[in-house]
Each structure stands twice: as C-alpha cells, then as structure tokens.
Write a new protein. Structure first.
Length: 148
C-alpha cells in the first residue's frame, strides 16, 4: 500500500471519529424548548465554529502522528513532491467534495424556503460538510487504488 493510500485511509477514519466524537459530546448540550430562540442559534453557531476548530487541530495532530509512525515503521520519508497523477487525483477529490457540499448547501437553503425549522438548515449544512469530507477521502483512496 502506498503512502497516499495509507494517508487517505487515515484521513477517512479520523474524519469519521472526529465528527462522531464531537457530535456525541455536543448532543447533550442541545437546548430544549422553542425551536426558534437565541439559545438555539447560539448553540448551532458554537457547534459549527467549534467543530471547525476541533477538526483542524485534530487533523493536524493526526497527520503529524501518521507521518512519525510512517517514518518509524517504514524508514521512508513523506514524499516531498506531487506528480501529475497526485495533482489529478487531488483535483478529482476536491471536485467531488465541493459538489456534495454545494448540493447540501442548496438543500439547506431549500429547507428554509419550504418553512422547515432553522435547525434543519444547520443540521443539513453540518451533515453535508461531513459527507463532503468523507467523499473527498474516499475519492482519493479509490483513484489511488484503481487509477484515474
């Protein structure tokens, strides 16, 4: 298995674990009561901002640990260059990831148009962000395994 395949697998697993852990942590803090209140909007705003911060920090730590473990176990260094294949795979993964997020964004805005609660919009945005991240990692893994 190549470095890029291992990195894609670690990214996929870490994305699922980070999102799942953070969601389980935040779920009990969900405010009860009215669907439209300042505390509900504050909760969802904090949920999104903290998830982004927590996810970035966790991905940096996991990536650093992965590179250390990879170097210790294989004796190889992380590749310092990306060839045309790597760039093409990265572009395809970004395209698929952005496509999923845009669909989720449009669904979230559509939920407001059909008078769904504002919580539905936040939930759709958060889930589409998660699915788009997973889609990017799966796309990379698929193309590194099967080719472009």
């Amino acid at each position: 298995m190549t470095y890029q395949e291992k990195k894609s697998i670690i990214s996929l697993i870490s994305t699922i674990l980070i999102f799942g852990t953070y969601s389980l942590y935040m779920y009990p803090q969900h405010p009860e009561g009215e669907l439209i209140s300042l505390s509900t909007f504050r909760f969802w705003g904090l949920f999104v901002l903290n998830l982004m911060l927590f996810s970035i920090v966790a991905h940096i730590i996991i990536s650093t640990l992965f590179n250390i473990v990879f170097r210790v176990t294989t004796g190889e260094k992380e590749p310092k260059f990306a060839d045309e294949l790597d760039k093409l795979i990265e572009l395809k993964a970004n395209r698929n990831s952005f496509f999923i997020f845009i669909i989720g964004f449009l669904l979230a805005m559509g939920s407001l148009v059909v008078y769904k609660p504002s919580q539905a919009m936040f939930i759709i945005l958060i889930i589409s962000g998660f699915i788009s991240d997973v889609t990017g990692s799966v796309t990379k893994l698929y193309h590194y395994r099967k080719g472009v």
